[in-house]
Design a protein around this ligand. Structure first.
Ligand SMILES: [Zn+2]
Ligand SMILES: [Zn+2]
Length: 148
């Protein structure tokens, strides 16, 4: 069974998903287990943990899951198979779990984000403050003086 669907993802810890996730999946039964293979693509929108800038991030998940359709949500509410409600796959729930599991713990605008200046609060990515230069000019020479 092929699934091509658009699934809305709920907001999670300040991260919004303005448009529905695109789900392409192939579902088939192998050895009484439900094999799910495919991809989920979503666009997350949030705020950088370090500099509070707006961040948009594309989330792409490769899905390769094996679920046991015989343990459903009532038997095992916290198990991996809780996306299966009876024999019906809860696609929205599955997509949500997959997207969230692929989300970085803290959203950041980039790996090189310098964050905000601890002294004046300026965004250091835009180079908008001189506090750091002050430390470089006055801090390091003192260390050298002490060593001599
Ligand atoms: Zn940032
Ligand atoms: Zn500063």
């Amino acid at each position: 069974m092929l699934v091509d669907d658009q699934v809305p993802i709920e907001e999670f810890e300040g991260t919004e998903f303005p448009s529905p996730a695109t789900v392409h999946m192939e579902l088939r039964y192998v050895d009484r287990l439900l094999h799910i293979e495919g991809t989920v693509d979503a666009d997350a929108k949030g705020v950088c943990d370090s500099c509070l800038d707006d961040v948009e991030r594309h989330i792409h998940v490769d899905v390769d899951e094996r679920l046991d359709p015989h343990s459903d949500r009532e038997n095992d509410p916290f198990g991996e198979s809780n996306v299966l409600a009876g024999n019906r796959l809860d696609l929205a729930d599955l997509a949500q779990q997959l997207v969230l599991s692929d989300m970085p713990m803290g959203l950041r605008c980039s790996d090189e984000c310098k964050g905000l200046c601890g002294i004046c609060g300026a965004n250091k990515n835009t180079g908008g403050c001189s506090c750091e230069n002050d430390t470089e000019n006055h801090g390091e020479p003192k260390m050298e003086d002490a060593a001599q």
